[in-house]
Design a protein around this ligand. Structure first.
Ligand code: NAG
Length: 231
């Protein structure tokens, strides 16, 4: 009897875990594919993009050329993300996956940012990267958010869990190149500095002086900077 109860409890646990997994990322496709059509002029919006008539779908809907080309890293942080998501490949609509190429000049930084809708798995092709992510606030207020870091070399793979703040820094003497897969057709990017100090309109400095525990002149300085977006 006890074994039966234990088995049923285990079954309920496993089933609820599976149910959670099924809803943990982009919606599952309900057909082979749902190639996105541009819907800027549509009067109604769906969660994702409207599907192209499958009879009109062509191979180009699933294709993006040129990811062998380096991105332009001539900017203040010395890096460039080339995205390949549903906006570049309409055939990714509803499929829950996308990719990026990231180029880093020497000392180039992909600054602290999060992807609100995706876990990222990064593969280093060239160069040496110092990478890391920080956990969300711990349940125990006596503890701090925990930082995980690693030095990565060509062939190394690293995972940035969904939603967590992360970064990559080129600490080598040469250019660095990485590719990454992301578990969303549209992962989104929130660059911390841009969102907090570069918003339009600006966040009231009273909010930021209190949040960061600094004088107003520090916030004025940060809000006056040009926060480049390398995505
Ligand atoms: C790279 O970007 C910089 C700054 O925007 C620009 O001046 C330069 O022409 C670009 N280089 C190439 C090869 O596109």
């Amino acid at each position: 009897m006890k074994i039966v109860v234990l088995l049923s409890v285990t079954t309920i646990f496993v089933v609820s875990c599976l149910a959670t997994l099924a809803y943990a990322s982009d919606p599952s496709p309900l057909q082979d594919f749902c190639v996105a059509v541009k819907d800027e002029d549509a009067a109604v919006f769906v969660n994702g993009k409207v599907c192209k008539n499958p009879d009109m779908v062509v191979a180009e809907d699933f294709f993006f050329p040129g990811l062998n080309k380096p991105g332009n890293t001539s900017n203040l942080v010395g890096s460039r993300v080339t995205p390949v998501n549903v906006n570049q490949i309409p055939g990714l609509n509803t499929l829950g996956i996308s990719a990026v190429r990231i180029d880093y000049a020497p000392n180039g930084l992909n600054p602290p940012h999060t992807h609100p809708r995706a876990t990222e798995i990064l593969v280093v092709m060239e160069g040496t990267l110092y990478v890391g992510f920080v956990t969300s606030n711990p349940a125990d207020p006596a503890l701090k958010n925990k930082l995980f870091t690693k030095y990565l070399y060509p062939g190394d793979v690293f995972v940035f869990p969904e939603g967590l703040i992360h970064f990559q820094f080129n600490v080598g003497k040469t250019n660095a190149v990485a590719f990454a897969g992301l578990s969303s057709q549209n992962p989104g990017v929130i660059t911390v500095a841009n969102a907090v100090f570069g918003s339009d309109p600006k966040i009231n400095p009273a909010v930021l002086t209190k949040a960061f525990q600094v004088e107003k002149n520090v916030i004025d300085y940060l809000q006056a900077q040009f926060w480049t977006d390398i995505n």
